[in-house]
Design a protein around this ligand. Structure first.
Ligand SMILES: [Fe+2]
Length: 290
């Protein structure tokens, strides 16, 4: 493998790690400062840890199915595939399921929330219907060699939390100030245009060599947080089950509302402006509970 990739540098630093953090400290030190962090003990007492295993999903939800690149796989098939996955023959990825649609009862297994009372997705006044297209929480099933090999920024100005519930996962992160080296795609600027991040064509993407990021392994039980605007991708060393949670609070609310308004305008130009006004009203109401 070529070693000219900024993801394979020997001196790539890891992330800041803390064992515990209160919602107030988390908001002040990491969300508002725009800093990623790994919180090693945050999820240690979650019911999901030790429960969300391949066997659990296979037994309880094995009949459900999902399309990955045009092929339908049941959860039971995917659980077998992640166990036998290899670099040469990786399990289908991204195999992710929206928890609120598919198994909302599992939400009880992934509490408490990192943001506490400032978490707008958990606010009692969160307007579900207005933002029905926003995905709040997902579970990802992956195996050795499986990855989504494109550096990208998550949608709608959402911050991201990933908690590793089974196996480990490797993360590569680049701060928003590295965007000039990422070659954002003209048609979809949240995705990097770099062809192969582990063996890039530096004649086509010379600035990518200047990118300076972080690499860290999220171990079973640990939680990673990265703020909106951070470029990221993962690589999976073995069977892996991850819980992904979008985080929305007052600092990324204006960006979320603006991006959602753009989507509304595409779907229904007539309803987009009233929906935006309702969204702004909902933001004011939710603030009363924060
Ligand atoms: Fe992402």
């Amino acid at each position: 493998m070529a070693n000219n990739s900024p993801l394979l540098r020997d001196d790539l630093p890891g992330l800041e790690r803390v064992s515990h953090v209160t919602p107030k400290e988390f908001h002040h030190e990491f969300v508002l400062k725009g800093k990623p962090v790994i919180i090693t003990e945050f999820a240690r007492n979650w019911p999901a840890l030790g429960k969300w295993t391949p066997e659990f999903f296979s037994t309880r939800y094995g009949h459900l199915s999902k399309d990955v690149k045009g092929v339908e796989y049941t959860v039971a098939e995917q659980m077998e595939l992640i166990k036998s996955s290899t670099v040469e023959k990786p399990a289908p990825y991204s195999y992710n399921l929206n928890i609120d649609h598919v198994f909302p009862e599992l939400t009880a297994d992934v509490k408490p929330f990192l943001l506490g009372s400032s978490d707008r997705f958990a606010n009692p006044f969160w307007p579900h219907r207005l933002f029905s297209s926003a995905i709040k929480q997902e579970v990802f099933f992956g195996g050795k060699g499986a990855s989504f090999p494109v550096l990208h920024v998550d949608l709608r100005h959402l911050h991201t939390q990933i908690t590793q519930l089974y196996g480990d996962k490797e993360f590569f992160l680049f701060a928003p100030d590295q965007t000039p080296y990422m070659y954002p795609r003209p048609e979809y600027p949240l995705y990097s245009g770099v062809d192969d991040v582990f063996a890039p064509d530096l004649e086509r993407f010379p600035l990518f060599a200047k990118a300076s990021g972080h690499r860290d392994i999220l171990k079973e039980g640990e939680t990673i947080f990265f703020p909106t605007g951070w470029w990221h991708m993962t690589s999976i060393p073995g069977p892996s089950i991850s819980y992904g949670r979008a985080l929305l609070e007052k600092s990324n609310w204006p960006g979320f509302l603006k991006d959602t308004h753009i989507e509304w305008r595409k779907k229904s130009p007539v309803l987009a402006t009233p929906a935006l006004l309702l969204g702004k009203l909902a933001g004011g109401v939710m603030r009363l509970r924060e």
